[in-house]
Design a protein around this ligand. Structure first.
Ligand code: GCV
Length: 678
């Protein structure tokens, strides 16, 4: 690798398994193509075992048929077929490791699994004493880059783009190492440009960029990763010289037909497009009085001729709201815009739904589209770029939050009387609940060209963890953190435990010192880092706390905006009632007096004071824990995280004091513990 960290592929020397006999000969068995992926799998295995253990294994290829390489072909199969093709089994047969699969991607994943076992210093012979089969939970496991072609990254907190500079595409060793890193954790799809497609990015579907995109696609395909592009919905106007983007206009359709034929021919590995339409100033079908389904289907029908898919985002809301208007509720918008057309979307359209109804706050309820849509392909969108969750300065390990999201029961199928039907968010996005043709999970990624890729070394746990969780939603936050630490930072048990003690509670701590009880949004406008209680209160974005001298929170019940009723029962009734609503979402759903007593037994105001003081104190303890690692971890890693912690503590103190002071002044209620409030 070049001048950047190797992260979990550092392959540093390991003590365990040095004499492991079964690693001397490794058999790849099954039926798979002898393609670039297989070549990369062999290369990776040799490199990893040599560097970690000094073993140069004999690799035996035993494929019973030369199937077509799944990386190179583009055909509309199904999510199930994708997942089936990626299954692999690792066992010990006749004194050697056997990695068996029905595609070279399965073999590659098997290799990374084996290298992870060695990297974590687990006993290889024990680990695979009985055969282990691994099947991805989600067919599409995707990263969305919000990289712009000028090299900037929207909501990027780790340097500039490693894909673009000065409107040109960069391809170098880092590109390959990026593909290795993400394939190693199971990512099989990448959107390489920002969903806000403007300026040069609109020309990605022209011959200005075809050659480089084809090269990039080849590199990704060699690691089982599909290339996707974000599309400018109004390309007919912006680059086509037309005056319309009406999805029902025959001229518009004809333009796209020709354009897609050209694009898919020139970029053979391109698998489809991601579209942000009618959102935050981006163009879309609403301009022409058409529905989101009209727009998505028009593109999808044409893409279908090329075996490609259209991923259409549901982040559609009115971003020009009047703060005085208490009826319009941004939280309602996704459901209101997309539910009425459930069943109308064609089967190569996937709706990509943010985890919450607002926008990646530290705590939101799950989008009611999960459970609301029952006849439409769906993908979950989460954000590992820590836009509202600390910007890769404050440590915030997001995997526990993603576990909660995935575990949420939507009651879409089971109904309230059954309650344990197969309809959690994880079930829906795996394709299981509705036997969906396509489904999966995407994360807005947190990478950039910083030495350590993610700004804060510890934020690497979110990149690693997202991939691992996307592949296997059954993994626990704790085991994912442990793997990340062992492979990236240290295998010393004491160090591993200390870093786990930092990562695991970090989300809860961040929530405490920023916006507890589901209120969200009290951030500095535009940058979204740091406290500004009223920053968004009188703005146009639909993001209000509605605090006055008596109470705060947004009434989203049947007496307010009615948002709570978008859920299936029993969730709707639970959220609709202040008595039943879980504390962590109390102020998301209800406008409550400061004196309202929560399930915890505390009043709302006391909870605000306690959470902020405790959150700050706990952040201080995390920083102190990190300081105990001086000399025990690489100096570069130590200094990087240490510096971030200094900034985190400053931020946490500001949040704590500003929020407590604001609510003390406005409510006139004393902290019952008499702590210092300004
Ligand atoms: C890419 C939020 C962010 C925007 C982002 C948008 C989206 O509003 O602040 O930067 O735009 O979400 O998800 O499209």
């Amino acid at each position: 690798m070049g001048n950047y960290a190797k992260l979990w592929l550092n392959y540093s020397s390991k003590k365990n398994n040095k004499d492991c006999k079964v690693l001397k000969k490794i058999v790849f068995s099954g039926s798979f193509a002898d393609d670039k992926i297989l070549e990369n799998a062999k290369k990776e295995l040799s490199l990893g075992l040599k560097d970690m253990l000094g073993i140069e294994p004999q690799i035996i290829i035993s494929s019973d048929g030369n199937t077509q390489s799944c990386a190179a072909k583009r055909e509309l199969t199904s999510g199930k077929a994708i997942a089936d093709s990626e299954v692999y089994t690792i066992s010990i047969k006749d004194g050697s490791i056997d990695i068996s699969a029905v595609s070279s991607t399965g073999i590659l994943y098997g290799v990374f699994n084996l290298l992870r076992t060695v990297g974590c210093e687990k006993d290889v012979e024990k680990e695979y004493a009985s055969a282990k089969t691994f099947r991805p939970s989600n067919p599409l496991r995707m990263l969305n880059h919000w990289d712009n072609m000028d090299g900037s990254i929207e909501r990027g907190y780790s340097g500039r783009s490693f894909f673009y500079e000065n409107d040109e595409i960069i391809i170098n060793n880092r590109t390959v190492d990026y593909a290795r890193l993400i394939a190693s954790v199971g990512i099989n799809a990448v959107v390489i440009n920002n969903v806000n497609v403007k300026q040069a990015a609109s020309y990605m579907i022209t011959d200005r960029y075809f050659e480089k995109l084809a090269q990039l696609g080849e590199i990704f395909a060699g690691y089982g990763i599909g290339l996707y592009l974000s599309l400018n919905y109004a390309s007919t106007i912006e680059i086509g010289g037309m005056d319309s983007a009406d999805p029902l206009d025959e001229g518009v359709k004809a333009w796209w037909k020709e354009k897609m034929a050209e694009v898919f021919a020139k970029i053979p590995t391109l698998k489809g497009f991601l579209v942000k339409a009618d959102s935050e100033g981006r163009p879309g079908p609403f301009t022409y009085g058409r529905t989101q389904a009209d727009g998505a289907n028009m593109l999808a029908d044409i893409a279908k001729e090329h075996g490609a898919i259209i991923i259409w985002r549901c982040f559609v809301y009115n971003c020009r709201q009047d703060w005085r208007d208490k009826k319009t509720d941004r939280a309602r918008a996704g459901y209101d815009n997309f539910k009425p057309m459930d069943g109308d979307y064609h089967d190569n359209v996937i709706l990509q739904i943010k985890n919450g109804p607002m926008d990646f706050q530290i705590r939101e309820p799950i989008s009611p589209l999960f459970g609301g849509l029952t006849k439409t392909n769906q993908m979950l969108e989460v954000q590992i770029a820590q836009e509202y969750t600390g910007q890769q300065i404050d440590v915030c390990y997001l995997i526990p939050m993603f576990k909660e999201i995935l575990g949420f029961k939507t009651y879409a199928k089971s109904g309230k009387d059954i309650g344990n039907g197969d309809d959690t968010v994880a079930d829906i996005i795996s394709g299981k609940t509705f036997d969906s043709r396509f489904s999966g999970i995407a994360a807005v990624t947190n990478t950039g060209n910083d030495f350590n890729w993610t700004g804060d070394y510890l934020a690497g746990a979110n990149l690693f963890g997202f991939g691992r969780l996307a592949f296997d939603t059954g993994l626990e936050s704790d085991e994912i953190a442990e793997e990340f630490i062992r492979m990236t930072i240290s295998n010393e048990d004491g160090v591993v435990d200390t870093i786990k003690e930092i990562l695991l509670p970090s989300r809860a701590i961040y929530e405490k010192y920023t916006c507890p009880l589901g209120i969200g949004w009290m951030v500095k406008p535009a940058t979204h880092y740091g406290c500004s209680v009223d920053g968004y209160e009188y703005d146009r974005w639909g993001t209000y706390h509605r605090a006055d001298h008596l109470g705060l929170g947004v009434d989203r019940t049947d007496k307010g905006t009615g948002y709570a009723l978008q859920y299936n029962e029993p969730n709707a009734s639970i959220y609709n009632s202040p008595a039943a609503c879980p504390d962590e979402l109390a102020l998301f759903f209800h406008h409550l007096p400061y004196t309202h007593v929560l399930h915890s037994g505390k009043t709302v105001i006391q909870h605000i004071y306690d959470a902020h003081f405790e959150g700050y104190d706990e952040a201080v303890k995390l920083a102190e824990k990190w300081e105990t690692l001086k000399g025990k971890v690489d100096d570069g890693i130590f200094e990087n995280v240490s510096e971030r912690f200094k900034r985190q503590l400053y931020n946490a103190k500001e949040w704590c004091d500003q929020v407590n002071t604001y609510f003390h002044r406005i409510s006139g209620i004393e902290d019952e513990k008499g702590r210092e409030i300004w």
